[in-house]
Design a protein around this ligand. Structure first.
Ligand SMILES: [Zn+2]
Length: 422
């Protein structure tokens, strides 16, 4: 049997009410192209694009072209002149075209194809690999994500993590994003992302999830960031609000780093200053992770009477709190540690102690949650977000980046297609 392209198309992508008329290869400005002309099936009425019900024909619009999946690396286009119908309910409207989505000049099949590839390649690479434009990839991912958001299910969300992410250059309010993750053990995904990190942002985010989801939450995990604390207390008071473990480690590390910086400034030019040189990253790691020569240097530093050594000890001591199972014992340890920090005469450490005291209940909620909140989930998702935002120098706009985040981290359902092109 001789194989015709038409046979392949009918097998993998048959549209009821339409037929593949003819298929030609032509030279378009020095580039090979395949053109697939479609015709309406004579015996089947066109459907109204609003209600999808058959309606009498009205007239014909000029021919349009839609990009299809390339055939052996040759750009392939659909050609079709859409009809308009006179729908009893919607008046004169364009017919429903099953391969088309609004005004986009790309078939839905090709949009799905590009969007799937755009998970593995950058948008620019995807565009180059399939001989199309960055814009076409963007519009395809956008359609894919919008479909996914409209069809995703939010039932059964029990735990969420709320966090802020820095984006781009500078520290302006616009350089921060608020993210809401689902952090249940059976499903971890990005639920929502919005500009800035204000109360308004988080209110918008929770509203987007809907009251049903918010009122069903059992655990909310966040940093001690005042605007978030306020909104969570107001909107999800039934949930146990937990301060994430990794945020506390982050605050302790920042305090340690401030102590180190101030001290190396004070010691500048003196022999002791050598002890602190190039030690920044070793100090922020756990001692057991530092090996070889660096470990010797770290141990010498820690044995010294330097303020940095005392700050490091406080940070390392705090870690012991996570061994406790009981809220009471954890609370007693917190008191003990805060006492040490206050007596340390290290201003940044005292500041952390004050903050932990102020939010003691949220911190102890970690122990009340009895291991039901995963400590690594928010941190892990944050790291994945950074991979996307860093790759994002191609994203000139916030909107494009937002779409890329939902696309890679949202675990969104995908529009179904009868044939898997990739
Ligand atoms: Zn209609």
């Amino acid at each position: 049997m001789q194989l015709e392209v038409k046979t392949v198309l009918n097998r993998i992508q048959h549209f009821v009410g339409f037929v593949y008329q003819d298929i030609r290869m032509r030279n378009h400005q020095g580039q090979l192209q395949v053109e697939v002309t479609l015709e309406a099936h004579r015996g089947i009425d066109a459907k109204c694009s609003e209600c999808r019900r058959p309606a009498p024909g009205y007239d014909r619009l000029p021919e349009r072209r839609w990009l299809f999946v390339p055939l052996w690396g040759i750009a392939t286009w659909f050609r079709y002149a859409p009809r308009r119908v006179a729908c009893p309910q919607h008046g004169v409207v364009v017919e429903h075209i099953p391969w088309s989505q609004g005004k986009r000049p790309i078939t839905t099949t090709m949009m799905g194809f590009l969007a799937r590839w755009a998970r593995h390649l950058s948008w620019r690479q995807t565009a180059r690999a399939f001989h199309t434009s960055w814009e076409a990839v963007y519009r395809s991912v956008e359609w894919f994500v919008q479909w996914g958001l409209a069809h995703r299910k939010l039932e059964g969300v029990q735990s969420i993590g709320v966090d802020e992410i820095h984006w781009g250059k500078g520290k302006r309010a616009d350089n921060f994003l608020t993210v809401i993750y689902q952090i249940d053990s059976h499903c971890r995904r990005l639920l929502w992302v919005g500009r800035r990190r204000t109360q308004t942002t988080l209110r918008r985010g929770l509203a987007a999830l809907g009251t049903e989801v918010v009122s069903g939450l059992r655990f909310v995990c966040s940093d001690m960031w005042q605007p978030y604390l306020k909104v969570i207390a107001a909107k999800a008071s039934q949930a146990i609000h937990v301060v994430d473990r990794f945020h506390i480690a982050m605050h302790l590390n920042q305090a340690l780093d401030q102590v180190r910086r101030a001290e190396s400034g004070r010691l500048h030019g003196r022999p002791l200053a050598k002890r602190l040189k190039k030690m920044r990253w070793h100090l922020l790691k756990r001692r057991s992770r530092v090996r070889g020569k660096a470990r010797q240097k770290l141990d010498a530093l820690l044995a010294s009477k330097l303020a940095t050594a005392r700050a490091w000890n406080l940070k390392e001591t705090f870690d012991y709190i996570w061994h406790y199972k009981s809220v009471i014992w954890a609370g007693a340890f917190l008191d003990y540690w805060c006492g040490l920090a206050v007596r340390s005469r290290l201003a940044p450490m005292k500041k952390v102690a004050r903050m932990l005291r102020k939010h003691e209940e949220l911190l102890l909620n970690w122990f009340r949650a009895k291991g039901e909140v995963s400590s690594g989930a928010v941190e892990g998702l944050n790291n994945k977000i950074r991979v996307v935002t860093r790759r994002s120098y191609g994203f000139r706009t916030y909107d494009a980046m937002e779409i890329a985040l939902y696309h890679t981290l949202g675990r969104l359902p995908e529009p179904e297609s009868p044939h898997k092109f990739c």
